[in-house]
Design a protein around this ligand. Structure first.
Ligand code: FMN
Length: 320
């Protein structure tokens, strides 16, 4: 089984990725959060700079519905030595889909087809795709698959939910299984709600040929998850000491990169939405972390959480 870390805007940044890789690892491929501006702003450039991604296999992700823009960004990315880019056809957020980008592009299959024709004809790099299965009905999936079938996709990562489902309900695993049957020549990767050995074995029941999964929130909540899914990938168990050192390095990374305490704390508080799930009975500490407005208040709140709370039980679950 191959494991990929999902791109998560503002969360799986190069700082998170490199520190995660050092402490836990087991990831075969990382993806940058989406790049959407053809000029590439400082934040986007930081994500792809080779010196920020040392020792990691990284695929930059692009969000656009304009072929010329996609190609322009791709040419820039090629200058940094990458061999593959990923196209985002999965983002469900209203501001993105209203402009027919991300999952919104799936609502206009003919335009999507023309766009893919142009980018596959001219791109200097291989192109993989991360996709949802439609907008409002699973019946759309067949049409979308028939389009993908026409192009030399480096890889297709499928989050088998509809755009209108956002992150709710259960992923349509049967839609992933149907893609395995329909696209035998394209490497496929499953994404969505893999949070435990049990959820992985349920996926394998529904789609036994699955050999690649992309995981986002499951790893954010439990950074040792991959080692629980595959004992050969073990690097570190999730002891409190390891988690604290992991946390501290991310904090120091942001403190060095961001301009001031407020943006650094903003980043860390975002991460705590997920980290909190790693601890038993940590809610009152989370409130203090959220309230912190200086580094010193933040560190006091974090230190007392690490002192008072134990690591959640499911982190020590043995793999099934
Ligand atoms: C806060 C947040 C930011 C995300 N940003 C991106 C992104 O930049 N590009 C992308 O393809 N998917 C993005 N996603 C979707 C994830 O990559 C992934 O598909 C989703 O979380 C489902 O996988 P999971 O259940 O393993 O978390 C984001 C999801 C969340 C919750």
């Amino acid at each position: 089984m191959k494991f990929y870390l999902a791109p998560m805007e503002g969360i799986t940044t190069y700082i998170y990725r490199t520190v995660y890789n050092r402490y836990f690892g087991g990831i075969d491929k990382y993806f940058t959060p989406f790049i959407a501006s053809k000029k590439m702003n400082r934040r986007e450039l930081n994500e792809i700079l080779p010196e920020h991604n040392q020792g990691l296999s990284v695929v930059p992700q692009i969000l656009t519905n304009r072929a010329e823009e996609f190609l322009q960004i791709t040419r820039k990315i090629a200058e940094y030595g990458y061999d593959t880019v990923n196209l985002n056809l999965g983002c469900p957020s209203g501001t993105v889909t209203a402009r027919k980008r991300g999952a919104g592009f799936l609502s206009v299959p003919d335009e999507l087809d023309r766009f893919l024709y142009e980018i596959y004809a001219q791109s200097p790099l291989h192109i993989s795709i991360k996709t949802r299965i439609g907008i409002a009905s699973v019946d759309e999936w067949e049409t979308i698959l028939a389009i993908y079938e026409k192009y030399p996709l480096a890889e297709l990562i499928i989050h088998p939910r509809l755009q209108k489902e956002f992150y709710k309900l259960t992923p349509h695993k049967e839609a992933f299984a149907s893609a395995l049957a329909a696209l035998p020549g394209i490497p496929l990767c499953y994404n969505g709600d893999i949070t435990s050995p049990k959820s992985l074995s349920m996926l394998l029941d529904a789609a036994p040929q699955t050999d690649c999964v992309m995981i986002g929130r499951g790893i954010l909540r439990n950074p040792a998850l991959v080692s629980q899914l595959d004992e050969h990938k073990i690097i570190n168990s999730c002891s409190k000491d390891t988690f604290k050192a992991f946390h501290d390095e991310i904090f120091e990374g942001y403190a060095a990169q961001m301009s001031g305490e407020t943006p650094t704390l903003f980043k860390m508080k975002d991460l705590w939405t997920y980290f909190i799930e790693s601890f038993e009975g940590a809610e009152k500490h989370l409130k203090k972390i959220r309230k912190a407005s200086t580094y010193s208040e933040y560190k006091i709140a974090v230190n007392s959480l690490f002192r008072d709370c134990s690591i959640a039980n499911y982190h020590t679950d043995t793999p099934v």
